[in-house]
Design a protein around this ligand. Structure first.
Ligand SMILES: Cc1cc2nc3c(=O)[nH]c(=O)nc-3n(C[C@H](O)[C@H](O)[C@H](O)COP(=O)(O)O)c2cc1C
Length: 157
């Protein structure tokens, strides 16, 4: 039996965090596992402000996000968006955005997600998500995020 659902085949999770093995790392692992369960080949890469992001062109889904420190998106991701060729590589890409933070969701929607979106030119933004401290360690929150991504991805095809 054939399915009409179009799922991502190759997904890259681009992220940043000051912590190693912290809440964002755990969240990324959960998101990666859930995407792989949906049949995607998944890679993850911690952003560096000065890296070459040409490799992003190979992927049909980009998950992009970072924690907030002192009201700002973590510096290597925001640096990559403003100073490297990441912005160019994301043109026209299907993108899912997230931030992890301690602020209430309305504040994060208003103050933090725009810090990422302001750098994006013509992406297809499938989903935007604010993960609160209790959600970052909750596998069902990652599963819901991936469910929303795959549904929006399929509809966008
Ligand atoms: C030094 C520091 C500064 C933070 N500043 C903010 C902030 O300004 N706004 C906010 O909503 N959360 C803030 N947080 C909460 C983090 O964004 C949140 O705990 C995030 O999940 C941390 O990710 P990590 O474990 O990968 O470092 C801060 C956390 C730390 C450690």
């Amino acid at each position: 039996m054939t399915s009409n659902i179009n799922l991502p085949k190759k997904a890259i999770i681009l992220y940043d965090s000051q912590s190693v093995g912290g809440s964002t790392d755990r969240l990324i692992d959960s998101i990666g596992r859930k995407l792989a369960e949906k049949g995607a080949y998944v890679e993850k890469a911690r952003c560096k402000a000065s890296a070459d992001y040409s490799f992003v062109k190979e992927f049909d889904l980009v998950v992009l996000g970072a924690p907030i420190y002192y009201l700002l998106v973590a510096s290597q991701l925001s640096g990559a968006l403003s100073r490297s060729n990441l912005k160019q590589a994301l043109k026209g890409k299907k993108v899912a955005l997230f931030v992890t933070c301690g602020s209430p969701e309305p504040m994060a929607q208003f103050l933090y997600l725009p810090q990422i979106k302001m750098h994006l030119e013509n992406p297809v933004i499938l989903v935007e998500k604010v993960f609160s401290p209790d959600q970052v360690s909750d596998p069902s929150a990652a599963a819901d995020f991936v469910g929303d991504i795959t549904e929006a991805f399929s509809k966008s095809c």
